[in-house]
Ligand binder design. Structure first.
Ligand code: ATP
Ligand code: MG
Length: 289
């Protein structure tokens, strides 16, 4: 009798292990690329950083949320069929507005037509973000290319993201504006994880010095730790790539700036920042905070 029971148990255990394993759901991290001052190189960084992550076998979607001045499509030399603006106008699904760029890079273009997503009525806003939630598990990273500065809209995106990359140049005006962003964000939520990228450096030394001063000021005055993720040199290949409407990583893959952006992406992938809430959490925060 005991034998029979054991046999039955073994059989059941065996059966259990034969069960097809559930495929783990891919976590989708939301990363905001932002800055204090405008024109520091956010959009180009977001685009080429995204392509660098793709080189590391990640699936990436760039979401252009600089709605008044969306230009990821311009940097890619593409005219999107649909945009966030037309999605709302024509009641489209998120899948309808996703475009595929080079190397499998997905992107959603902001388009023109409205410049404040959060001015939309609650019903439309919820529908929009519900649609966006269908991307959960489809990509590893959603990179938000935000506008510059501390608009209400930017702040909401920054506060809801898993990670924030703050881009500055070594110019004092850019640094002080970036610092204002940190101060404001930290005041609202001290747990936001922010990293600094110094773009358009004349030398690595200048990049290091800028990041060091920034880090010290944030620590001393706010008690906030902001490490540097990377330094991108000022490189004439970048404006050239912009003119050619081709991402730097594809137009000049071996340029100094392209290599530096790759290093930044590698550094980012080494970070062991605990996964917070991902896309679902991002949407909950955007809608209900
Ligand atoms: N590393 C670099 N080396 C040389 N030029 C650069 C570099 N990064 C950016 N630029 C120049 O700065 C311009 C603006 O870059 P970009 O559009 O990415 O800035 P942005 O921060 O997104 O601007 P906005 O605040 O208007 O959204 C580029 O077209 C390019 O000419
Ligand atoms: Mg931009």
């Amino acid at each position: 009798m005991l034998d029979q029971a054991n046999q039955l148990r073994e059989k059941m255990m065996g059966k259990k292990s034969e069960k097809p394993e559930r495929k783990p759901v891919k976590k989708t991290r939301v990363l905001a690329v932002t800055s204090g001052k405008g024109g520091v190189g956010k959009s180009n960084f977001a685009l080429n950083f995204g392509l660098s992550l793709i080189e590391q076998n990640k699936k990436v979607l760039i979401f252009d949320v600089d709605l008044g001045f969306a230009n990821i499509d311009v940097l890619l030399g593409r005219t999107p069929r649909e945009t966030i603006a037309t999605m709302i106008e024509k009641d489209l699904s998120a899948q309808d507005i996703i475009e595929e760029g080079p190397n499998g890079l997905l992107f959603i273009s902001g388009g023109n037509g409205f410049n404040d997503l959060f001015q939309m009525d609650d019903f439309k806003l919820q529908k929009f973000f519900r649609e966006l939630s269908t991307l959960q598990g489809q990509v590893d990273y959603i990179i938000l290319d935000t506008g510059a500065g501390l608009s209400y809209e930017n702040l909401r995106f920054i506060l809801a993201a898993d990670d924030v990359i703050l881009v500055t140049t070594p110019e004092p005006t850019s640094i002080t504006d970036a610092y204002s962003v940190v101060k404001m964000v930290h005041g609202k939520d001290p747990n936001v994880h922010m990293k600094l990228v110094v773009n358009q450096c004349i030398s690595t030394k200048e990049g290091l010095r800028t990041a060091d001063n920034f880090k010290q000021a944030a620590e001393q005055f706010l008690g906030k730790e902001i490490g540097a993720l990377g330094y991108i040199p000022s490189d004439s290949h970048l404006p050239d790539a912009v003119k050619r409407q081709k991402p730097l990583l594809l137009a000049y893959p071996n340029s100094e700036a392209a290599e530096a952006i790759r290093r930044t992406a590698n550094e980012f992938l080494q970070l062991r920042v605990p996964y917070k809430l991902g896309l679902k959490g991002f949407i909950m925060k955007i809608l209900f905070k």
